[in-house]
Design a protein around this ligand. Structure first.
Ligand SMILES: Nc1nc2c(ncn2[C@@H]2O[C@H](COP(=O)(O)OP(=O)(O)OP(=O)(O)O)[C@@H](O)[C@H]2O)c(=O)[nH]1
Ligand SMILES: [Mg+2]
Ligand SMILES: [Zn+2]
Length: 313
């Protein structure tokens, strides 16, 4: 007899998926399975975080197939995941040096998908001043911000408490960011029983070594009320060429700190891209120190990318 079970994909590696199933008696079982042919390509590809249907024959219970993907709340290319509720941008105070434009791009993509963005500044022991400066900048922009040093075991408990509070009933958060910023080290700090691989960044080029190679969900809380935290592979610079961007018209609403100034520009069709403080309310806010100038410059740079994409479609 063929039966079906509902599960969630917690890991995918080389075409093999690990899925988590809550059985009728409440016990939690992990099944390893392959996906049926049509679920290997394009948008139909199975992602970690997907809610899926597993089919099996009771006569041959080891032969399990991932046969369908449930409706998705959202799906991202980087990190390759579905159904995210919270995206934690992990950024090092130094080593590797933060690139705010990349951070802002990812925040913008998260906002666009309705995923709550959170910032975690790591390696406060390396450059405390920069960590504090960045924390203040993003708190001022209206984001939830944490600062941590895994080396000194500083600031980890507030991150763990936040995740425990926010991640219930299947909700999912992911750590995302450049290679070598300390994502896996922090996951190990939050779940002391895990021993995820971590590695020194290259001294010469001050970049990470892409130590984490796959996305994996770790359970936070218990049973059917559990939530999940994902460790993900670090970005490389090339990844940003392939980002899933959206329409130009949607950009402004993904910069939450700009909201108070919208409508205040001299011309109603102001695009806020080159106009000076006399005409543009957003440029004026940046000039007066109410908005971080780096946020405005990220906005302008993403605007240019989206515009050229839309023109060549
Ligand atoms: N000084 C200092 N070093 C840290 C801290 N957190 C992590 N590191 C070190 O930074 C290096 C990279 O850490 P990982 O956790 O492997 O970084 P990752 O973000 O998971 O990197 P990928 O898996 O490549 O994406 C390791 O040598 C860690 O020991 C910190 O708070 N302070
Ligand atoms: Mg890692
Ligand atoms: Zn304007």
């Amino acid at each position: 007899m063929r039966i079906e079970k509902q599960g969630k994909v917690v890991k995918g590696l080389g075409g093999l998926f690990e899925t988590r199933v809550v059985e009728e008696d409440g016990s939690v079982i992990r099944y390893a399975c392959r996906a049926k042919g049509a679920l290997h390509r394009g948008d139909a590809k199975v992602l970690v975080g997907d809610n899926v249907v597993l089919s099996m024959d009771t006569a041959t219970p080891d032969d399990i197939v991932l046969s369908a993907i449930g409706e998705r709340k959202n799906a991202l290319i980087r990190p390759p995941m579905a159904n995210l509720d919270i995206l934690c941008m992990v950024v090092a105070s130094a080593k590797p040096a933060p690139v705010l434009e990349t951070v802002d791009k990812l925040l913008s993509i998260a906002e666009h998908h309705g995923i709550e963005p959170v910032l975690i500044f790591t390696k406060t022991d390396v450059d405390r001043e920069n960590a504090e400066r960045l924390a203040a900048l993003y708190r001022g922009a209206g984001f939830t911000v944490f600062t941590v040093s895994s080396l000194l075991s500083e600031g980890i408990a507030p991150v763990r408490d936040y995740l425990l509070r926010e991640l219930k009933n299947g909700r999912i958060a992911a750590f995302a960011g450049a290679s070598g910023v300390g994502k896996s080290t922090l996951v190990n700090g939050i779940f002391p029983h895990l021993q995820l691989a971590t590695a020194e960044i290259s001294e010469k080029i001050e970049r990470g070594r892409h130590t984490t190679r796959h996305v994996e969900l770790f359970e936070i809380g218990e049973g059917s009320e559990a939530g999940y935290l994902a460790d993900t592979p670090g970005f490389s610079l090339l990844d940003f060429e392939r980002f899933d961007f959206f329409g130009l018209d949607d950009l402004l609403s993904t910069f939450r700190d700009f909201a108070p100034y919208i409508g205040g520009c001299r011309y109603s069709d102001c695009a806020h891209i080159g106009e000076g403080p006399a005409e543009c309310a957003i440029a004026r806010a940046a000039a007066e120190g109410k908005l971080a100038p780096s946020r405005l410059s990220s906005y302008r740079s993403i605007y240019r990318v989206l515009k050229s994409k839309n023109e060549y479609k």
